[in-house]
Design a protein around this ligand. Structure first.
Ligand SMILES: Cc1cc2nc3c(=O)[nH]c(=O)nc-3n(C[C@H](O)[C@H](O)[C@H](O)COP(=O)(O)OP(=O)(O)OC[C@H]3O[C@@H](n4cnc5c(N)ncnc54)[C@H](O)[C@@H]3O)c2cc1C
Length: 403
């Protein structure tokens, strides 16, 4: 199957369906939830009622799509509506993806539905890797998981930080050290089931953007979970650790492919924000008159918009290509990282240009453009910073160890 940027019937329908939800429900609520800096439960509930917030939609979009494009298409539309609310709806997907990537089929069946619940009983998932001293440097994680033979339990201690849905989620997926001698290859992922007394929320962060998305510390204090909550199962973990101790591969290659293949989806979110700002500033420039003519009739404004249109299309093309290559396990030059890096930069740049086009109106909260600019910046930071994407790409293109 060759890469084909033409969407099929199903994808066009999904695109329209998510767009309508974003236009009618998400965007009108965006300014309010941004000000409140709270999880927009009523909107998540509405998303669950139409089936957008559900594990079934995630499974359908991820698994029954040979092109890889369904998810980026849906994400672009939702985040066009609002990125903070969009992340509140899609944040559980981080936990679901972590479970799907490392869990056994039984674990996937048990835990992924609990990351979503139902419209009547909403549940959330969180994926917790980052720590105060381990952001880009994942190998520096200190949260420790120790297996207790007598009770068949894992006991986990540590502090996670910057966690989307952290502390308010029902299911937390936590990355912890099981063998400190082995660096990042001595890590494993664990499911912390709902209502565990050893897990609590620490500080909730007040943020620059995506303020409708909850971000907080997660504190694990003698957090006891059943032995079968290690993702992939204990036997597989022991086999992997034994292989690594013998100096053999620990499946690092497969893990890298998984990381790469999630990046285009993050890029698609950034494209959605950039497109929102572009469309808004294009309309504004056609209507706003100064010196007796619409401001778009000045080349300096029109050319900004021309560049915005081009850069957004370029970012989307990289996102779709990255998603397709990820689906077909065909990465050669870290094309997933390229997509995320480009889309993040375009979102920050295009939203800043949009402020310029609106002038003073772009700078005040009565108009959405300043919010889009605040929201865009996170795409240079989370899921691998700008510099980490450059590192991954430069290592892939050179085949050399770049520091
Ligand atoms: C709103 C928000 C939500 C988040 N959600 C989650 C979540 O759900 N789960 C989760 O686990 N994490 C989450 N994160 C954490 C996020 O992934 C980290 O912030 C990110 O990985 C960067 O880590 P850091 O903040 O510690 O920065 P650092 O790693 O300390 O980086 C600081 C600066 O140094 C640069 N740098 C670091 N190392 C290198 C190097 N080797 N070469 C060149 N430059 C380098 C970085 O690019 C950056 O510019 C979230 C963060 C935020 C802000």
């Amino acid at each position: 199957m060759d890469f084909n940027p033409e969407l099929n019937e199903d994808q066009i329908q999904i695109q329209q369906w998510v767009h309508d939800f974003a236009a009618e429900v998400v965007r009108p609520a965006a300014a309010d939830w941004d000000e409140r800096e709270e999880t927009p439960w009523p909107i998540i509930k509405e998303a669950a009622e139409i089936g957008l917030y559900s594990w079934e939609f995630m499974a359908e979009a991820m698994m029954n799509d040979p092109t890889g494009l369904t998810m980026p298409v849906a994400l672009e539309e939702l985040f066009w509506g609002d990125a903070g609310i969009g992340l509140s709806i899609m944040g559980s997907g981080l936990a679901a993806a972590g479970i799907a990537a490392s869990g056994t089929p039984e674990q996937v069946m048990e835990w992924v539905p609990q990351c979503y619940g139902s419209a009547e009983n909403l549940m959330l998932g969180a994926f917790a890797s980052s720590e105060p001293d381990a952001g880009s440097d994942v190998a520096a994680i200190r949260t420790r998981a120790v297996y207790e033979e007598s009770t068949d339990e894992w006991v986990i201690n540590g502090t996670k930080t910057w966690i989307t849905n952290g502390g308010i989620a029902d299911v937390h997926v936590v990355v912890a050290v099981v063998d400190p001698e082995l660096g990042s290859r001595g890590h494993a992922s664990f499911v912390i089931p709902p209502g565990n007394a050893g897990l609590s929320q620490g500080q909730k962060f007040q943020k620059h953007g995506i303020r409708a998305s909850h971000t907080a510390e997660v504190v694990l204090t003698d957090c006891r979970i059943p032995g079968n909550c290690v993702l992939g199962g204990r036997d597989k973990l022991e086999e992997r650790l034994a292989r690594v101790r013998e100096g053999k591969s620990g499946n690092a290659q497969a893990a890298m492919q998984t990381f790469e293949s999630t990046r285009p989806a993050v890029g698609a979110q950034a494209v959605g924000i950039a497109r929102a700002a572009y469309e808004y500033s294009l309309e504004y420039a056609k209507e706003r008159r100064q010196f007796g003519r619409p401001i778009i009739q000045n080349q300096s404004i029109a050319f900004m918009l021309a560049d915005m249109a081009m850069e957004i299309d370029a970012a989307r093309a990289l996102v779709w290509r990255g998603a397709w290559l990820g689906k077909h396990k065909k990465y050669r030059n870290a094309e997933g990282s390229m997509a995320k890096l480009k889309a993040g930069r375009v979102a920050v740049w295009a939203t800043e240009r949009a402020i310029q086009i609106l002038g003073g109106y772009g700078y005040v909260r009565d108009y959405p453009v300043e919010r889009w600019h605040r929201d865009a910046k996170i795409y240079d930071i989370f899921e691998g910073t700008e510099q980490i994407q450059q590192l991954v790409i430069s290592r892939a293109i050179s085949g050399m160890r770049i520091e």
